[in-house]
Design a protein around this ligand. Structure first.
Ligand SMILES: [Zn+2]
Length: 238
């Protein structure tokens, strides 16, 4: 049972997508402290927000009602869709981020993120392959929630896809890798293939962020693309 504290932010407007939210985007705050982040997320002059903020001690604050559009994703793309504020719920997880001293997410905070995400997924019927990181949907601009975030643990709760498969029969050429990344949902492949590949590694191969299309990366890429193909097929049959 997640205890939620109300901390309304003025930064939201009307969703433009029928049936939304059908996607969940996880972020880190990337600010010096939770207090600084909260102030910013509630400042009408800054025009950013998220639906929820999870403090390092596991406290959960609701900033924006779920039926409203919060302003967390920015310029973004996933699975053929742009402007994902319309489609998604956003959770900001307090962490200084790469700019101010990126560090592991505390246990109480992880428990709260998982509990909250499970509640939101169940309430809105969000498919697991539509639970993503900010860096997945904005790979040229964003690194959050970053390589220290425990996606395998979330996947054990049905949140996001994951595979430990690193077996690879063959390496992939760049064209095949592009197709696999697009199958998973990634955009911006024509703008900067290398940055998108790095975003993939940050999310799905966090101990191997080479930025290169090596055999290990190709193996994981094939495995995750296969999972996404299955997940998309099944959700279309629903
Ligand atoms: Zn973010």
């Amino acid at each position: 049972m997640v205890l939620i504290h109300e901390q309304p932010s003025p930064n939201h407007d009307e969703r433009q997508k029928p049936g939304a939210p059908d996607m969940l985007v996880l972020h880190y705050t990337g600010m010096e402290s939770g207090a600084v982040a909260l102030e910013r997320l509630c400042d009408p002059a800054v025009r950013v927000s998220a639906h929820y903020l999870v403090e390092e001690d596991g406290r959960v604050l609701r900033l924006v009602p779920e039926h409203r559009r919060a302003w967390h994703a920015g310029l973004s793309h996933w699975a053929g869709e742009d402007n994902l504020n319309d489609a998604s719920l956003g959770i900001e997880i307090v962490n200084p981020g790469h700019e101010f001293g990126y560090r592991p997410f505390p246990e109480l905070q992880m428990q709260a993120v998982i509990e909250l995400s499970v509640v939101l997924r169940n309430r809105h019927g969000i498919a697991r392959h539509r639970i993503v990181g900010h860096s997945d949907i904005a790979p040229l601009r964003k690194e959050d929630p970053g390589e220290l975030f425990d996606w395998p643990r979330l996947a054990r709760h049905g949140l996001g896809l994951w595979s430990d498969d690193v077996q690879s029969r063959d390496s992939l050429n760049e064209e095949e890798a592009r197709r696999a990344l697009a199958t998973i949902g990634y955009g911006y492949l024509d703008e900067d293939f290398g940055r998108v590949l790095l975003a993939f590694q940050r999310r799905f191969l966090p101990d191997h962020m080479s930025g290169k299309l090596d055999v290990r990366t190709a193996g994981r890429l094939s495995a995750i693309a296969a999972l996404h193909e299955n997940a998309s097929l099944h959700s279309e049959c629903d």
